[in-house]
Design a protein around this ligand. Structure first.
Ligand code: ZN
Length: 207
């Protein structure tokens, strides 16, 4: 299925996003064997890793009096506040221990700047500051992006949007994703992905 121009983009399969993690995505760990199997079919794989400094602006703990899942106004727009998660060099930021993708060519860390969050693998939350992934994919002639990982309604969604905005083909592998669902965000994500021309496949279709 994946031709030479295909790349599997695996979003944030990290301990803190799995059950018992700091920002657990329900059943997030279920994607691990699916993603492993998918990755074995792709010569080209990119992993992203949410990787925040300890006092990151997206943490509710950095905003006295505010609680996780409240929304604040950051200089670049609305920002959901999260429990502290994926702090650099902590076990929560490690990839899930059963994730086995030794041939991944790139591990891209995002959310590394204290004053801005990054849901998308391509741009930080101002939608302008690039992570460098567009350049990497263009230079390698990778034009068809297959997306999997966590969380469907945040980092996978925004990565799909930016992939389309940059003119890439984007295919989301829905059963290789799990979501958080804050205020109807799962349904909204499915609508948006359809609107912007993101195809949806199952892992079975790809493998
Ligand atoms: Zn984060």
């Amino acid at each position: 299925m994946a031709g030479e121009s295909g790349v599997l983009l695996v979003i944030d399969v990290q301990n803190d996003f799995c059950p018992s993690g700091a920002l657990a995505v329900p059943r997030g760990d279920e994607v691990v064997p699916i993603v492993n199997r998918l990755a074995s079919r792709f010569p080209n794989v990119v992993l992203t890793q949410d990787w925040h400094p300890p006092d990151h602006l997206s943490f509710a703990s950095a905003h006295p009096g505010r609680k996780p899942y409240e929304i604040v106004t950051a200089p670049y727009g609305p920002q959901v506040l999260w429990p502290d998660h994926c702090v650099q060099e902590t076990p929560g930021a490690d990839f899930h221990k059963s994730l086995r993708i030794p041939h991944a060519g790139l591990v891209l860390r995002k959310g590394i700047h204290r004053t801005i969050d990054s849901y998308s693998a391509f741009y930080e939350n101002d939608r302008k500051t690039p992570t460098g992934l567009v350049g990497y994919l263009r230079e390698r002639n990778l034009t068809e992006i297959f997306l999997a990982g966590l969380a469907f309604d945040f980092c996978v969604r925004y990565s799909c949007e930016d992939a389309r905005r940059e003119g890439f083909e984007a295919i989301v592998i829905e059963d290789a994703c799990r979501g958080i669902d804050v205020g109807g965000s799962m349904a909204r994500t499915s609508e948006i992905l359809t609107e912007i021309g993101v195809a949806s496949l199952s892992a079975e279709d790809v493998v």
